[in-house]
Design a protein around this ligand. Sequence first.
Ligand SMILES: Nc1nc2c(ncn2[C@@H]2O[C@H](COP(=O)(O)OP(=O)(O)OP(=O)(O)O)[C@@H](O)[C@H]2O)c(=O)[nH]1
Length: 393
Amino acid sequence: MDYTIVAVAIFVLALLVVGGAFLIRPRRPQEPRPPRAGGPGQGDQGASGATAVAEREEAEAGPVAVAEPAAPVEPPPAAVPIETPPPSAGRLVRLRARLARSQNVFGRGLLDLLSSDRLDEDAWDEIEDTLITADVGVTSAAQIVQGLRTRVKVLGSRTPEEVRELLRQELIAQINPELDRTVLTGPHGERPGVVMVVGVNGTGKTTTTGKLARVLVGDGRSVVLGAADTFRAAAADQLETWGSRVGAPVVRKDEGADPASVAFDAVARGLADGVDTVIIDTAGRLHTKVGLMDELGKVKRVVEKQSQVDEVLLVLDATTGQNGLRQARVFAEAVNVTGIVLTKLDGTAKGGIIIQVQRELGVPVKLVGLGEGPDDLAPFDAEEFVDAVLRTD
Ligand SMILES: Nc1nc2c(ncn2[C@@H]2O[C@H](COP(=O)(O)OP(=O)(O)OP(=O)(O)O)[C@@H](O)[C@H]2O)c(=O)[nH]1
């Protein structure tokens, strides 16, 4: 009996010792809670009532100074080296090989046909078709063939050199070397020259604006760029990249801002900085003709509160053929176009579009784009162009 009592007492004692050991075991330290994003009532759905009360008390007690975590030190942006682009003079000559390559089919095809032994009706029809295929336009093609037929008859026999010269003269006459192709960019006293660049998106409008800035900087001019294509934020970013490379500031606003207000600010900046030229890249959505007229008309009117608009350059993609011409007509009705920039001439054999677009719009092609490189924009010259087209070496 006594033994039983002693055994029970030892068992109870052992239980107490083991239980106590568990109770006094140190607790695992808790992970610190991450700070809450947002204010009270936001997020942290699991906050206990006690925490909510504590937070309310904290809020009532006023702000508590909490040491801000040190912001990571951003390295200063690397300075973009300012480039010195080559001057505009002689650019078409430099890009001649590229032009000759793309227009080779057109030029060589015509020369081969004209050099054939028998120039019968079929041969003349084929020459006319070749011209039309190269986007010369029906009227101009007929005129060129008529001129060639007359000259060939007068000439009698034909050497390849003579044929080449005949064709050269006819093409140059159609392109009209008399047209004034000067791009008006110079300042007027205190006021900068102002160039508006218009055209459908994708034709190379923003690229042309950037390349034109390079041409001018290369010629020793100072430039401000206006990113009035507020329809697409990326267009303004693209322009900033172009501007930063040649040290030309870009005036821009948020996506969707009024294009006219950007244009106004760009000219104001140009005036304040005393620069030579302000180039304004506009949005080219072909929504409706009325909408386009309203938008471009407003940009022009607003600019003219400070300075005249010297040039309205219409950018056309040479690879789009008749579609490009339709666009050109809409723009020409919406705004007074003073010059055409024909881009992507390196990517098509249809250089005849130069003849057709000038005839349709009565406006000279002033610049041509011959590649995606930053300096692949050249002042247009009728004779240099035809010589490149008819290059046989
Ligand atoms: N091969 C070639 N590509 C060109 C030429 N001009 C522009 N491009 C290219 O055409 C594409 C469109 O040019 P953008 O300047 O973005 O056209 P955009 O008209 O401003 O159109 P958004 O930027 O959409 O407003 C780009 O990939 C340019 O590099 C050119 O003369 N030759």
